[in-house]
Design a protein. Structure first.
Lengths: 271, 791
């Protein structure tokens, strides 16, 4: 598939607020991305015109009840059928920050046995409340996740987080078993780590929110649905880095670009 | 006839018998209805209604009370003041606006007249800026007061059709360790206020997806009873879409939140002193925040702007509809008719006057030509925002309000917008202060550590990181620099994808100096805001002035206000930095006394190319460190004196003409690429500034005080900690030495040391011995400790 033929839908509702910079990342790579309000998609029933769907960051519907919970229920109620078809056809879905929360609430992630009717994990309140800071990440996905294939082996990535609820948790009594399932199915993608790539072991600040197993991002069984708490769209250009003024020479792009490039590589390989 | 009579309307409407009222009764009416009008003003009202041959309704009196309030009409700034044998006719015109007029900058698009000031930017875009205060509500309900402060200033930016791109906030609290037993009834503990206010600011900005990129937190004893909350917003707008062309026949639409009883009499509340009873009486004056509603309103507003569907807009802020409806009609030379029963309510049962003065949040007033109504409603519907037509602009210059078909107010616009000028007396007496006498501390390294931990210098990271400063992905220079989170002097945004131009945002505030002289305090605040902006590469700087003062009825409070305004004029004109917007918050008095006179200056600069922006961290070992600007024996009001338990007298002055030349030279050196790092000198002086540069980078510094240009300072501690204005520390690569020194020729500038790989700060004193020797990790820890989450 050619880049210019790919159509991306960046979906928003009231309270979504990272749509513009997410759209910009796609545009920068030569891909058409439309920012669409849920109300428009419901009215025009054209979700399936898109090859991929992105849920950007923000505070959808104020994140009342639980982060992402209302948006997820609205999706099921208003766009459930189209969304099912979308998933059944393995069209990629990306959730960033609030988008990740929506995917978990919607039962798409982890989705051990396919789409779940209830959330199988939780993105709970951070151990230290809302934090906006840069973190280090490593990719531990072996091959399945289509959003991390372009990340060089062993590379420590740098991206910012900005959330109050991103502590990935499983039910306490099942956490080890479910983690094993994640690993066995190659569903773990990004984990928080220290600057040199060493395990964060749950310790602040390397693990900024207290996530179980330092999890920052996971994919579904098929590797086509991916959610992450850090913001790749805020680590796209060199001048977005927190210390570019201190460097002699900066690479032109930030590490966040690798996520978008991996995805486009997936499309390029498709007929 | 009794003073108040319920009319026979089917709803709650009263007639007030002003016709026969005595002076005493007029005062009673003002008090009973919470109008906040003086007897002189009430008499003016009485006369007007006598000529109308009828009595006013409660709706009319409320409308007048709101329109003429200090908060809406700025009586003190627009009124007459007798000061020092002369009469000042409007502080605003005489000093603030005059400076802007004389500077006559072509790049100023709109100053003072609209909801926010607007300056030109790039590619047909302009930058809008506004800063507000929300002190009184935050004192009563810290979270809600601060959150709605942010919401309000964002709407001001929407009110000039700009898309909000950044927020700023500057906060003043009492000491966090304030003794509970000393708190008088009705005053909340500073720690409680601090937690609530910072959470309120974080919630609103984060939920709306607007990065909070600049600010400050200041602690002062006087803020215990009078919390200071400044909220600012910067916006971006395509200048050709800046529509202000409403006409008679155009329809008024109110969009966003519903109207309720929250925020009744917010402006009269803001124009009175806080008392023990404020909590009880004024709780309804604090509004309830819903940032998601405002986010949706913002989306709709931007689409309406881009499709050019409306002819004007303004926000519903202080005074609610009573101020925005009337002011809109006044501005476009029209009258207006509004059906108050059409306004969507949170719950039934509001009296017409309550609907008209309610300050419920997240509401915008949009004026729409009739042919565009359908399209406008469709936009709001898509965004799930309620929008309702409530009235129409009319050719007859009358304000007419109806409820269920009954006219409840009919006021001549001429009368409503011509209140009598207030006349106040101001006095200024130099207070007798002395310079303290004490010997040089034995261990200056230890003193430096204590200063770094002082609450006004210590890192505010625990608060700042609870604000999203990265959302929108356009923050090119962040509040904190790099891995070690050193404090940058200003933040830079890169708001346009197709331009390298940046917007630099900084601030200046020195309330402690105001305890010595309000003139020098104001001058220093301007200098600090400007030099912070210059330090990162900002130029072509516009200023916003926000005064927080005590009760202006008290002559000495008003006297210091006059002094501050004089400084604003003097320094702004010398620097060529026009004021584009400002606001005053007076009557900040509590049972603990008046607020320390506080002027916040916000500076909005232009960075010609963000690729040449400069951060404050040291860059490489072997580089040279220069000090630019002269150090004077000016420790009065300094953090150093405060640490020793003194206020002192020798407050830092601004030598504006010289400073302007220094600033120009720094700008030139940055544009030539010779400046590797630049940091301004402020609280804690040279020693603190050098420490910050070092611990932001994990490199060291070796400095020699004997090389620091001063006017004969003989003491190491004074050289280290003097807070003289207009000074910078600049890091230069040795290969650029000649080029840098050429640019600095004729300015006070000296090489005082070099950057070392070994991460220690070593400072040699005047006698040649090492007086400061500290590991930078230790300095960093001292700086981070005070307000860390663990503390």
């Amino acid at each position: 598939m050619k880049l210019q033929d790919i159509r991306v839908c960046v979906m928003r509702v009231g309270g979504t607020n990272c749509d513009a910079e997410t759209q910009r990342a796609f545009h920068e790579l030569g891909v058409q991305a439309d920012v669409r309000h849920l109300n428009e998609l419901v009215k025009q029933r054209n979700l399936l015109d898109y090859h991929m769907l992105v849920f950007p960051g923000g505070f959808s519907y104020g994140d009342y009840v639980r982060s992402g919970a209302i948006f997820a229920r609205m999706l099921t109620a208003k766009l459930g059928k189209d969304l099912r078809s979308f998933i059944d056809q393995n069209r990629p879905i990306l959730g960033i920050c609030n988008g990740f929360q929506i995917l978990v609430e919607e039962g798409l992630l982890p989705g051990f046995e396919g789409v779940s009717d209830f959330p199988e994990a939780s993105l709970a309140n951070n151990s230290r409340g809302y934090r906006c800071q840069w973190v280090y990440l490593k990719n531990e996905n072996k091959s399945k996740c289509i959003f991390t294939t372009k990340i060089p082996k062993g590379k420590v990535l740098r991206m910012p987080i900005a959330h109050g609820e991103g502590r990935f948790l499983f039910p306490k009594e099942k956490e080890e078993a479910l983690l094993q399932k994640l690993i066995d199915n190659d569903m773990v993608a990004l984990r928080y780590c220290s600057k040199d790539g060493a395990d964060a072991n749950g310790k602040y600040p390397a693990n900024p929110n207290g996530s179980f197993h330092d999890i920052a991002g996971i994919c579904n069984r098929e590797g086509t649905v991916f959610g992450l708490m850090p913001h790749p769209e805020r680590a796209f250009y060199w001048w977005q880095q927190p210390d570019w003024t201190s460097q002699q020479a900066m690479p032109q792009f930030g590490d966040g670009k690798l996520i978008f490039e991996s995805l486009l590589d997936h499309f390029a390989k498709k007929l | 006839m009794s003073l108040f009579t319920r009319t026979n309307a089917a709803f709650n409407l009263h007639e007030i018998n002003t016709k026969d009222a005595t002076d005493h009764q007029l005062a009673e009416v003002s008090g009973e209805l919470g109008l906040g009008l003086s007897l002189g003003e009430m008499k003016q009202v009485q006369t007007y209604f006598k000529t109308q041959k009828r009595n006013p309704t409660d709706v009319e009196l409320q409308t007048i009370g709101q329109t003429w309030s200090e908060h809406c009409y700025h009586k003190t700034f627009k009124g007459k003041i007798r000061f020092d044998g002369k009469e000042i006719d409007s502080l605003f015109k005489t000093y603030i606006a005059k400076a802007t007029q004389e500077i006559a900058a072509k790049w100023c698009i709109s100053v003072f007249e609209d909801n926010a000031g607007i300056v030109s930017f790039d590619k047909g875009y302009g930058i809008a800026a506004k800063v507000e205060t929300h002190n009184h509500p935050s004192a009563v309900e810290p979270f809600g007061g601060a959150a709605t402060g942010v919401g309000g200033v964002i709407r001001d930016v929407l009110g000039v059709w700009a898309d909000p791109i950044a927020c700023t906030d500057v906060l003043g609290f009492g000491p966090l360790d304030y003794d509970y037993n000393k708190l008088p009834p009705g005053v909340k503990h500073p720690k409680y206020v601090y937690m609530g206010v910072t959470a309120g600011i974080a919630t609103y900005g984060n939920n709306m997806g607007i990065p909070t990129v600049n600010g400050a937190i200041y602690f002062d004893e006087s803020y215990t009873g009078n919390v200071v909350v400044y909220c600012g917003c910067i916006g971006l707008l395509p200048l050709d879409k800046y529509k202000k062309e409403a006409k008679a026949g155009h329809v008024l639409i109110v969009a966003g939140g519903k109207t309720g009883r929250d925020g009744i009499h917010g402006v009269t509340f803001a124009s009175a002193e806080l008392t023990e009873k404020s909590e009880e009486i004024s709780r309804p004056a604090v509004q309830i925040a819903d940032p998601i509603e405002e986010e949706k309103v913002k989306r709709a507003m931007i689409e309406i702007r881009d499709r050019e569907l409306a002819s004007a807009t303004t926000d519903l802020g202080g005074g609610g509809m009573s101020s925005s409806v009337g002011e809109t009609a006044e501005r476009y030379g029209c009258g207006v008719t509004v059906d108050l029963d059409k306004v969507p309510l949170k719950y039934a049962g509001l009296a017409p006057w309550e609907i008209y003065v309610s300050e419920s949040q997240e509401r915008m007033l949009i004026v729409v030509p009739p042919e565009n109504l359908k399209a406008v409603f469709e936009v709001f519907e898509k965004e799930d925002v309620e929008a309702t037509a409530i009235g129409i602009l009319t050719p007859e210059k009358h304000l007419r309000l109806r409820f269920e078909g009954v006219t409840v107010a009919d006021l001549d616009m001429q009368f409503l917008f011509k209140p009598i000028k207030s006349a106040k007396t101001a006095s200024f007496e130099k207070i007798t202060l002395t310079e303290p006498i004490f010997s040089v501390p034995k261990n200056l390294t230890e003193t430096l550590m204590q200063l770094l931990s002082a609450s006004n210098i210590a890192s505010k990271e625990s608060v700042v990181r609870s604000y999203d400063h990265e959302v929108k992905g356009n923050t090119a220079l962040k509040p904190f620099q790099g891995e070690y989170a050193g404090p940058n002097d200003a933040s830079i945004l890169k708001p346009l994808d197709n331009s390298w131009r940046g917007v630099s945002i900084s601030c200046g505030m020195n309330p402690n100096y105001g305890k010595i002289d309000a003139y020098d305090m104001a001058a220093s605040a301007i200098d600090e805001a400007v030099r912070n902006n210059i330090a990162v590469g900002g130029s072509r700087i516009a200023l916003l002035d926000n005064f927080v003062w005590g009760n202006p009825e008290k002559p000495e409070r008003l006297g210091s206000l006059v002094r501050a305004c004089e400084a604003c004029y003097d320094v702004a004109t010398a620097y060529g930095t026009p004021f584009i917007s400002g606001k005053d918050s007076l009557y900040n008095e509590s049972p603990l006394g008046p607020v320390t006179p506080t002027l916040l200056i916000t500076a909005v600069g232009l960075v010609p190319d963000i690729r040449s922006a400069v951060s404050m961290d040291l860059k490489a070992p072997g580089n040279l460190l220069y000090i630019v600007g002269k150090t004077y024996l000016e420790l009065g009001g300094s953090e150093y004196y405060k640490l020793q338990g003194y206020l002192g007298k020798s407050v830092p002055k601004v030598h504006a003409a010289k400073a302007k030349k220094t600033f120009n030279a720094i700008t030139k050196a940055i544009s030539k690429g010779t400046v590797k790092a630049c940091h301004d000198l402020s609280e804690g002086g040279l020693a603190v500034s050098a420490s910050e540069m070092a611990f932001a980078s994990n490199l060291g510094l070796e400095l020699d005080l004997a090389k620091v240009p001063s006017n004969g300072i003989k003491r190491d501690d004074f050289l280290l900690f003097s807070e003289s204005n207009s000074r910078f520390l600049v890091e230069i690569n040795p290969k650029d030495k000649a080029a840098f020194e050429a640019v600095m020729k004729g300015k006070v500038c000296a090489e005082i040391g070099k950057v070392t790989k070994n991460p220690t700060l070593k400072i040699k004193g005047l006698k040649g011995s090492t007086i400061v020797d500290a590991d930078v990790a230790g300095l960093r820890a001292a700086w981070k400790r005070t307000l860390s989450e663990e503390a």
